[in-house]
Ligand binder design. Structure first.
Ligand code: 13P
Ligand code: SF4
Length: 366
């Protein structure tokens, strides 16, 4: 028996156990009408209800392949936008709490990137001949469209290397936004020296650079970062290694260059899980969001793997955390009544060119 949907304020007052039971019942009653996608950073009480879990790339593929009428995205706003862009017009992507944004994605707006592009043109001439725009998937749909319209492309933390190689095969320079760390860490591992990279400070004219620096650079890195991953510091790694020299150090590529240089393995959330799953028993020090690290610790403890969080302070992704079990329940029970709450719709004028940039990415990393 499925209960009648309650207003969100009342759902918020339910006992946690009742919330869990009602989610399970609503999910079952919706059957194939709904697919719930869960990013690895979701809290356990939400994550356990996902039909599919994954990193940004895997979930984008899942959304594109889904036949379900409703795609409920337990993740952040840009992920639900990608699901809408890649799904059929009769499917609806839903974000259970619209406040679940990404602070890094908010560090680059279309106005700022368009201004940067114009300023690059002042220095380089037609920027489109010289510079390939590459946006990390952690960005608004209109920035993906910006790339799509200029021959550019999207990347995720899983395929940034292939995407950058693709970009440099076509143009001598890359403008990479919004995450400077993913761009720098990936390019450096591809053999690009740090001297060939500059940081574009989007708050300053010409990115705070001299025209000569722009002419010389191969990689122009937007000055964006993830507020969660910037909390991991090289001194945390060194202090841990002093106590446990044998420990394997694992970092997400949104971590700083210094942290990634100290890591034994750098990869996306999905790749991190694989690394620990396939590794030998022993200690792992992991620099990525707390929910995922705690899940790894629980899952692999029986195999003799001790998984530790890299920072001494708690670093949660507070926007991922916005998706509460109560919001998920409220979303599902409304769907049962035929009401769609919090749909994410990207207008076709933006979705079309954004899809182009995403499809280029899928060609590069099928
Ligand atoms: P992944 O694609 O590696 O899951 O990363 C997404 C993200 O937002 C990490 O902060
Ligand atoms: Fe955005 Fe960082 Fe949260 Fe990932 S962890 S969703 S990059 S704020």
């Amino acid at each position: 028996m499925v209960a009648k949907p309650l207003p969100l304020e009342e759902v918020m007052g339910l006992e946690p156990r009742a919330v869990q039971e009602r989610i399970t019942a609503a999910r079952e009653a919706l059957g194939e009408e709904v697919v719930i996608l869960g990013h690895h950073y979701q809290r356990e009480e939400v994550f356990r209800h996902a039909h599919h879990a994954g990193d940004s790339l895997k979930l984008a593929r899942r959304a594109a392949a889904s036949r379900a009428r409703y795609i409920v995205f337990c993740g952040v706003h840009f992920m639900a936008e990608v699901a809408d862009i890649l799904s059929r017009p009769d499917q609806v992507a839903i974000l259970p709490d619209l406040a679940a944004g990404c602070s890094m994605a908010d560090m680059a707006s279309l106005a700022q990137v368009s201004r940067a592009w114009r300023e690059l043109e002042e220095v380089l001439g037609a920027a489109g001949d010289q510079v390939m725009p590459v946006t990390y998937i952690n960005s608004a749909a209109d920035l993906k469209a910006f790339c799509g319209e200029r021959g550019g492309i999207v990347c995720t933390s899983s395929n940034a290397r292939q995407v950058l190689a693709w970009a440099w095969e076509r143009r001598p320079k890359v403008l990479f936004f919004p995450d400077q760390h993913l761009g720098r860490n990936t390019a450096h591992r591809m053999g690009v020296p740090l001297e060939d990279m500059v940081v574009w400070d989007y708050g300053r004219p010409l990115g705070g650079l001299e025209p000569e620096q722009i002419r010389r650079a191969r990689l122009i890195l937007w000055k964006g970062f993830c507020s969660v991953h910037q909390m991991f510091r090289p001194e945390h790694v060194r202090a841990f290694k002093e106590r446990h020299p044998e420990a394997r150090v694992v970092a997400h590529p949104e971590c700083s260059f210094e942290v990634c240089e100290l890591a034994d393995f750098v990869g996306s959330t999905e790749a991190i899980i694989r690394y620990v799953a396939e590794g030998p028993p022993g200690r792992y020090l992991v620099g990525t969001e707390l929910n995922l690290v705690e899940r790894l610790a629980r899952r692999f403890a029986p195999e003799g793997k001790q998984v530790h969080f890299m920072s001494p302070t708690v670093c949660l992704c507070s926007t991922m955390f916005r998706i509460s079990p109560e919001h998920l329940l409220w979303t599902l029970e409304n769907l049962l009544e035929g009401r769609v709450v919090n749909p994410i719709r990207v207008p076709e004028a933006v979705a079309g060119p954004a899809r182009l940039a995403l499809e280029r990415m899928f060609q590069v990393s099928p």
